[in-house]
Each structure stands twice: as C-alpha cells, then as structure tokens.
Design a binder for this molecule. Structure first.
Ligand SMILES: *[C@@H]1O[C@H](CO)[C@@H](O)[C@H](O)[C@H]1NC(C)=O
Ligand SMILES: *[C@@H]1O[C@H](CO)[C@@H](O)[C@H](O)[C@H]1NC(C)=O
Ligand SMILES: *[C@@H]1O[C@H](CO)[C@@H](O)[C@H](O)[C@H]1NC(C)=O
Ligand SMILES: *[C@@H]1O[C@H](CO)[C@@H](O)[C@H](O)[C@H]1NC(C)=O
Ligand SMILES: *[C@@H]1O[C@H](CO)[C@@H](O)[C@H](O)[C@H]1NC(C)=O
Ligand SMILES: *[C@@H]1O[C@H](CO)[C@@H](O)[C@H](O)[C@H]1NC(C)=O
Ligand SMILES: *[C@@H]1O[C@H](CO)[C@@H](O)[C@H](O)[C@H]1NC(C)=O
Ligand SMILES: *[C@@H]1O[C@H](CO)[C@@H](O)[C@H](O)[C@H]1NC(C)=O
Ligand SMILES: *[C@@H]1O[C@H](CO)[C@@H](O)[C@H](O)[C@H]1NC(C)=O
Ligand SMILES: *[C@@H]1O[C@H](CO)[C@@H](O)[C@H](O)[C@H]1NC(C)=O
Ligand SMILES: *[C@@H]1O[C@H](CO)[C@@H](O)[C@H](O)[C@H]1NC(C)=O
Ligand SMILES: *[C@@H]1O[C@H](CO)[C@@H](O)[C@H](O)[C@H]1NC(C)=O
Length: 764
C-alpha cells in the first residue's frame, strides 16, 4: 500500500518535473534540478566561504510554517571557491586544496555529501569546474593562483534507478585533440562543453556539440560563457554584448548590441544576464519574465528550470523569483548573506572594485575570502535604476553610489530624475522619501541617522518640483550630504544597536523570549545590558526578501520621526548581517485582546472607556499628524497594547507591514476601530463560532440599532451605576461600522466624541 502510494507520488513528480539542469556559468551561486523542484547553493558571507543550500520545494508565502530552506549542516559541504550545478547534483572546487567536489542534491536518501568524482581525479587541483546535465568538465590548475588556464578533464555522472549517482571516467566526451588544448574558462550543457581556449576563441566538444554551430575559428574573445541545454551564450570581451549559438528558441529576444552585460546565468531554455550599467537583471528566451525584480541591482545570479535566484547588491540578501510564474507562488531562500562573487588571487582589474567587508558592520569580518591575500572583485556599475541618480562613481574599493531622486537638490541630477519620474509609475510610495542606495550599506545608515537625528529637516514633499526632497533645502543646500552633522540641541530618536547586543538581550532570539508573531516576523522580549526592557521585532526571511534595504530604510526614517504617547514608539534598530531588527518600547501589560478574551481579570468600565479614547488618539495621530500620514491597515484588539500605566498604545503600523489587501483608506481603520469598540463593550471576540451570527458586527449592531445595547454589554463585570455613557459608546461603535465609509466619523471626530464620553465616564 505504502509502496504504491510512493510510486504514484514518484511518477507524479517525474511527470511534473521536466528534465533540466543548473547549467549556467560557474560562480558564487549555482542551481541544480532534482526531485520535484529546484535546488540552489551559494557561498556565504561569513569569511569562511561556507556553502549554504536551499530549495527542495516551493513554499507559499501564506503558509507560515513553510521552511523551504535547508542549511549547509544538513549537507556538510566543505568550504568552496566556486560552484556549478548539474542535473540533481552540484560541483565545486574546495577552497583549501582546489580539489573537485561533487554532491547530490536529491536529499539524504541518496549520496548527499559523497564525493561524485572518479578516484583518479580526486586529488587533482582545478581552477574551473563546470557541471552539465550528466557530466562535469574541469580545468587543471590551482584555483587561487595567477595561472587560471590548463588542460581539461571530464567525467560522467549517471543516475542509478535508486536515485543515487555514480561517477566514472568519460570515454566519449572528448578526444586527444581536446585534452591537449589549454582552456581558461569552461561551461557544460547537455552532452557538450564549451571553453575559451588560451590562444583565443571558443571550442565546443562532446557528442552534442556539433548542433551548436560554434566553430573554433571564431576570432572573438569572450569574457563570460553560459550554457543552456542545447545552446550557449557568451559576453564578448570587447563590447560586452551577448552572442548566442545553438537552439534558437532558448535565446529568442536576446538583447541587442547596445546592451552590455557583466554576468550570465541560464536555465535549460532561457538566459538571464546582469546589465553592466545598472546591474539590473534582464532575461531572454522562451518564457515570461514578468516577475524579475524592478529597480534592484544584483551581484550574481543562477537559474534552474523555472526559478532564478540572485544576490542583491544593496544588502547581499538572496532574492528568488519564478520564470513563467504568477506572483502567488514565492520561493523563499534562507536569510544568510551571500558572497557577492568568487575570491581570486591578484588585484582587481580595470572597471572592477574590491569588495570591502567592513560595510557589513561585523567587527571581526575583514574579508569574505578564506585567505588574506585573496580579493573579491566585482564589476563596477556605471548607471542607476529609475528613480535614482548617480551620486558617486565607482572607485577601486567601492561601487558607484545611487541616490534616490528624493534627495536630488540641484541641476546636476534634476534632469535625470525628471526623466525617470516620467516613466516610472511604480514606487509612488517611495519616491517621496529620502533614500540612498548603492553597494555601501553604511551610506544608507548615514542618511537615516541624519534624518532621525535632525527630524525637523524632514518636511513634506514639494509637489511642484519634478523631484521631491526629504531634507529641507534651506539649511543644507550647500552642504554635501556627508557633512550633515547632528544638531547638538536635538536628542537622537533612534539608537543604532549592535546585532550581538540584541542577540544577547533576547537569549539568541529563543522561543521563550518570544512575545508573539506578526506580519513582519517574530517579536521578542529583550532586556538590554542597561536593564531596560524592550520589544524586538525581527523581520523574517519572507519580509526581508520582499522588501529591499531601501524600502526598509524609508520605513525606518518614518518610524523614527513618529512619536506619540498612544502609540508604541520605536527606540532603535539594527541592520547588521542583513537582519532587519526594530527595537520598540516594551508594553508590560500585553494586548487588549488578551485582557478582553484571554481569561485575565476583567478590565473595569472606566478603564475600557479610557482605552477606547487613547486608541482613537493614537489613530488620530497616525491619520492626521504623522508625516507622511499613515493608514494603520490592521487595527484590532491584539494591536492595542497596554503600557505600564495601563494606557493604550497602538502597535504594528508601518508601511512594510501593510499587505496589498489592506485598504488605503483611513475609513477602513475607523471600521476596524468600531469592531474594537464592540469587543470592548461586549467582551466578545471579533469572530466567535459559538455565537449566532459569529461576526460581532452582525451580532451586535442590529441590537444597538434597536436601542437595546444594554443587552450585549459584557456580563463578566458589574453594570455601572450609570449605563448611559456605555450606550453612547455603542452608538459610536455603530457609526464606525457603517457600510458606507462616508457615514463613518473620522478619527478627529471620534476623539472628540470619546473625550466627552470619558468625562461622563468618570461617573461610571
Ligand atoms: C513571515 O512574514 C510573512 C509576511 O511578511 C508572514 O506571512 C509569515 O507568517 C511570517 N513567518 C513567520 C514564521 O513569522
Ligand atoms: C517539501 O517536500 C517534502 C517532501 O518532499 C514534504 O514532506 C514537505 O511537506 C514539503 N514542504 C513544503 C513546505 O511544501
Ligand atoms: C580541506 O578542507 C576539507 C574540508 O573542510 C578537509 O577535509 C581537508 O582536510 C582540508 N585539507 C587541507 C589540506 O587543509
Ligand atoms: C543504489 O544502487 C547502486 C547500484 O545500482 C548501489 O551501489 C547503491 O548502494 C544503491 N544506493 C542506495 C542508497 O540504495
Ligand atoms: C585531431 O587532430 C588531428 C590533426 O589536427 C586530426 O587529423 C583529427 O581528425 C582530429 N581528431 C578528431 C577526433 O577531431
Ligand atoms: C566551421 O567553420 C568552417 C569554416 O569557417 C565552416 O566551413 C563550417 O561550416 C563551420 N562549421 C559549423 C558547424 O558551423
Ligand atoms: C579583453 O578586452 C580588454 C579591453 O577591452 C583587453 O585589454 C583584454 O586584453 C581583452 N582580453 C582578451 C582575453 O582578449
Ligand atoms: C514558459 O512558458 C513557455 C510558453 O508557455 C514554455 O514553452 C516554456 O517551457 C516555459 N518555461 C518554463 C521554464 O516553465
Ligand atoms: C506574463 O505573466 C504575467 C503574470 O502571469 C501576465 O500578466 C503577462 O500578461 C504575461 N506576459 C506575457 C507576454 O505573456
Ligand atoms: C574598508 O573600509 C574601512 C572602513 O571604511 C577602511 O578603514 C578600510 O581601509 C577599507 N579597506 C580597504 C581594503 O579598502
Ligand atoms: C549638487 O548636489 C550634490 C549633492 O546633492 C553635490 O554633491 C554637487 O556638488 C552639487 N552640484 C552643484 C553643481 O551644485
Ligand atoms: C473630520 O471631520 C470633520 C467634520 O466633518 C472635519 O471638519 C475635519 O476636517 C475632518 N478631519 C479630517 C482630518 O479629515
């Protein structure tokens, strides 16, 4: 019975998964196919070049328990210099010895962790390795040496019926002629490999190489090669344009000769490249690429059959998206930071910069490479995405810096920003905000700290200008951004925390410190070294992947300018190692929800009316006074917290926590507030299966409209002497939940109404 089920599942999986392979070109990130889904591995940013792998299955963002990632511990992969993916396996070159290492990605039942290299090659050193569909070719030579060319060795990796792999020396892949040639680059596809020959030109070999139509006589020289199933694309050394050979379907719509590229990745039937100017990703071939992230630069990419993953240049966070996908299916990589490239011996070249690990903010991390003498070189960007202008060019140790058009203040950028504003309809939300982007995360922080420290400079956007400014022009016009110094008379609002400090304060983000989980991720109670109690919100992987560092900085800027006695205020944050940690005031009395429905001793009527008023005041502040105005979007009793004085504080607002479904209308918040009022009055949950009807609004409002509100008042506390203020409160609740939003009061009116009630309520 079980066997039958297993076979059924297996055949389904085989039916659903088309054969394919990681292909592409070797680099810091690689993909393989196997089982029912894609599998990726990347070299991490720990400085030890450890390998993290994830994949296994697609995970839906709506299933909270989905953990689609598996870490290197499970696979026990040694430190690697470079990675390349095949069909169901990946290969790499060990960073300490340059020896080849290949492993299965099909899970623990097969030969995971086993070296899929024939004995005769295991102790050789290789400077390049390229896994194809069922074979591997590697170029001899030590990886970290100046000589990166050598002769080539190839072996076959075949899958046995039980899903385990067998490696054997190859008899039919290449002949004596090829094995005598010296190569300095190599890629492998299905039944062929292509390499850049030392003397110039590309040579393809293997049983299926003839279909490619690529000849040794080609005189062009190539910088990057990438192989698909039956095709090859390359970046020309001289112009950095794309050239492709083989099955034309797999490279239809390939970019014209005006587009220049610095990196390539390929799936079986499509290609993706990183543009030289903006570092944005562009894909071509037989598929729909509508999900490629917009206005994001990438350091490196890899593609499987239907998923592309990349290392984001802003924050080295992994981001993945589907080819032919619809937005409902997401694929979440792990939270670890990745190496932006592969390490190599020798200095960086022209049009390259050396990555400086100190921008990651980890004091002990001076290099991402295993050895000090190695450098991590990346191609320089020369331009910026829409909505950003180039504020400094690439130097030998930092990439060009792109600054948000919201910070554009003079003619040097106004043209480009006007131009871009014209054709960018997206990001309306963000272009009002001060943002800065580039490979330098610390530059982001400088701006944020400045905005937080000097809040009065943050003014509303000037709608007349073609571009918008966050920082008031008057004081700063003549000052370069770096020169903005904190005004001594102003207290900083937001404190920058060290990741280690917050780790200690939460016992390493342990479950027993967990206060709850929200749309943003987990919330932990923390005790800082000075004894202060705080709440730490830690973004989970899904939040981090779906909002880039730029959006997070924008959110931070807003949050740190927002202060009110009826909201939960931000104290500080940490962004080290790709984390997004927000530190908030701690609310010792927990949520209103727990006090109303959690079996705690009931709240008195007087306190309830006061909580209603304070909640309305918090919302009024967000709706009317906050700059920019904020629609909460998720007002509910579990987002009303009680501080040490039992005062109500509105929590969990902010732009990034808002999902698409959230109404952008303040009157939506008013409706939800009406529901909270009904909960306060009746002690009933918003939705209660045991009641008829289960929805609190349908249950209570008809009774209130009949003038019988007294019937639904919470029975667990004694009725007050004067029930009149509570009946009025019920009428206010009824107004808030009116179907027609225009009939609902706004929050300012609510505050006035409730203020009056609270005064009367003194008699309760
Ligand atoms: C992570 O955040 C997403 C939304 O950003 C949420 O749907 C998901 O439940 C969260 N996961 C956890 C484990 O908190
Ligand atoms: C991933 O696949 C395994 C079996 O292959 C399954 O047990 C598990 O539930 C899947 N996880 C998700 C999140 O789909
Ligand atoms: C290289 O690293 C591998 C895996 O970590 C280890 O087993 C091996 O002993 C190392 N070799 C040398 C020469 O350090
Ligand atoms: C799979 O089959 C091969 C022989 O075909 C055998 O050597 C190997 O041990 C088997 N592996 C597993 C995990 O059963
Ligand atoms: C190898 O090279 C020799 C001489 O250039 C040529 O005659 C021979 O056909 C080649 N072999 C193959 C298999 O291409
Ligand atoms: C290779 O080049 C030669 C001479 O340029 C040409 O005759 C031949 O057709 C080419 N082969 C292929 C497969 O394109
Ligand atoms: C690639 O092009 C650069 C100039 O654009 C040149 O200096 C270099 O020698 C070329 N490399 C090869 C292998 O042709
Ligand atoms: C994408 O869709 C096209 C056309 O529907 C199809 O031919 C191709 O195989 C698909 N590619 C992937 C990776 O699913
Ligand atoms: C690509 O897919 C998206 C989302 O599924 C769809 O809206 C769009 O029309 C598709 N584009 C093409 C050219 O098929
Ligand atoms: C890296 O950046 C730090 C701090 O900005 C600087 O002190 C250091 O000299 C830089 N290292 C290199 C190799 O440029
Ligand atoms: C324009 O402003 C930038 C800073 O935003 C400054 O670096 C640059 O020197 C200014 N250029 C001119 C011409 O004022
Ligand atoms: C709220 O409503 C009152 C009365 O209709 C009106 O005067 C006031 O301007 C409104 N406030 C806001 C912020 O819309």
């Amino acid at each position: 019975m079980e066997t039958h089920l297993f076979l059924l599942v297996l055949s389904l999986l085989l039916f659903l998964s088309k054969p394919g392979s990681g292909f592409g070109s070797p680099g810091p990130i690689a993909a393989s196919l196997g089982g029912n889904s894609a599998f990726f591995c990347a070299i991490d940013a720990s400085g030890r070049q450890e390998v993290i792998c994830w994949g296994k299955n697609y995970s839906s963002p709506s299933s909270p328990s989905s953990s689609s990632s598996s870490t290197s511990q499970t696979y026990n992969i040694p430190s690697m210099a470079v990675l390349s993916g095949g069909d169901g396996f990946l290969c790499g070159v060990l960073s300490n010895t340059s020896q080849p290492f290949c492993f299965s990605s099909l899970g623990s039942s097969s030969s995971s962790g086993t070296d899929l290299v024939p004995l005769s090659y295991r102790t050789n050193a290789y400077s390049q390795i390229a896994a194809g569909n069922r074979h591997v070719c590697a170029v001899r030579g030590a990886y970290y040496s100046d000589h990166d060319s050598g002769t080539v060795d190839c072996w076959e990796i075949t899958k046995a019926a039980n899903n385990s792999f067998v490696a054997k020396e190859s008899s039919n892949l290449y002949d004596q002629n090829v094995s005598n040639l010296v190569f300095n680059k190599i890629v492998s596809g299905d039944g062929f490999s292509c390499g850049v020959v030392r003397e110039g030109g590309v040579l393809c070999f293997g049983p299926k190489s003839s279909t490619l139509g690529l000849n040794t006589t080609t005189s062009d020289s190539f910088e990057v090669l990438s192989a698909g199933k039956s095709s090859v694309c390359a970046i020309l050394n001289s112009t950095r344009e794309i050239k492709c050979w083989g099955d034309e379907d797999s490279f239809v719509n390939s970019p014209g000769d005006e587009s220049r590229f610095v990196a390539l990745a390929s799936g079986p039937n499509h290609y993706c490249g990183i543009r030289e100017d903006t570092h944005e990703v562009e894909c071509w071939g037989n598929a729909n690429f509508s999900l490629i992230p917009k206005a994001s630069g990438f350091k490196a990419i890899a593609s499987s059959d239907s998923i592309v993953c990349g290392i984001r240049e802003e924050d080295l966070v992994l981001d993945c998206w589907m080819v032919n996908g619809s937005s409902t299916l997401a694929y979440d990589p792990p939270l670890e930071l990745c190496s932006p490239g592969v390490c190599r011996a020798g200095p960086c070249g022209d049009k390259e910069f050396a990555f400086n690990a100190s921008i990651l903010g980890e004091p002990d991390l001076t290099s991402l490479c295993v050895r000090k003498e190695l450098s991590l070189c990346s191609p320089c960007g020369s331009d910026c995405s829409n909505g950003f202008f180039l504020s400094s060019s690439c130097t030998e140790n930092s990439d060009r810096v792109c600054t948000s058009c919201s910070l554009c203040q003079n003619s040097s950028c106004s043209d480009i920003c006007k131009l871009h504003n014209h054709d960018s309809s997206s990001d309306k939300h963000w272009n009002q905000l001060a943002l800065i982007v580039g490979s330098s995360a610390s530059a982001l922080l400088i701006i944020i700290i400045c905005c937080c420290v000097v809040p009065r400079f943050v003014t509303s956007p000037n709608k007349e200008d073609g571009f918008k400014s966050c920082i008031g022009k008057t004081d700063l016009e003549t000052e370069p951004l770096e020169m903005i110094a904190p005004a001594p008379s102003v207290t900083p609002f937001a404190q920058v925390f060290r990741l280690s400090e917050l780790k200690d304060a939460t016992n390493g983000f342990k479950e027993f410190n967990e206060l709850g989980r929200g749309s943003y991720g987990f919330v932990y109670k923390a005790v800082l070294s000075d004894g202060r109690q705080v709440a730490v919100k830690r973004a989970n992987a899904s939040t981090i992947i779906h909002t880039n560092a730029r959006e997070f900085e924008a959110e931070l800027e807003i949050l740190c300018n927002i202060r009110h006695s009826n909201i939960v205020n931000l104290i500080g944050y940490s962004t080290e190692m790709g984390e997004r940690l927000l530190v908030y005031e701690y609310m010792p009395h927990g949520t209103l929800h727990d006090h109303l429905h959690g079996g705690f001793s009931p709240l008195s009527w007087g306190l309830r009316v006061r909580i209603a008023l304070q909640t309305a005041k918090g919302l009024e502040y967000l709706h009317v006074e906050a700059e920019p105005r904020i629609v909460h979007g998720d007002v509910k009793s579990s987002n009303v917290l009680l501080d040490s004085e039992w005062a109500a504080r509105v929590a969990d607002f902010g732009l990034l926590t808002s999902s698409n479904e959230r109404s952008l209308d303040v009157k939506g918040d008013v409706y939800d507030f009406g529901v909270v009022l009904l909960e306060i009055l009746t002690g009933r949950k918003r939705y209660d299966r045991d009641c008829d009807p289960p929805e609190i609004v349908e249950w209570a409002v008809p009774v209130i409209r009949e003038g019988k509100a007294a019937v639904v008042l919470d029975k667990y506390i004694a009725s007050p002497r004067n029930v009149e203020p509570l009946l009025k409160l019920a009428d206010v609740a009824e107004l808030c939940v009116r179907e027609d939003p225009s009939q609902r009061p706004n929050t300012s009116e609510l505050v006035n109404l409730l203020d009056q009630l609270a005064r009367d309520g003194l008699l309760l």
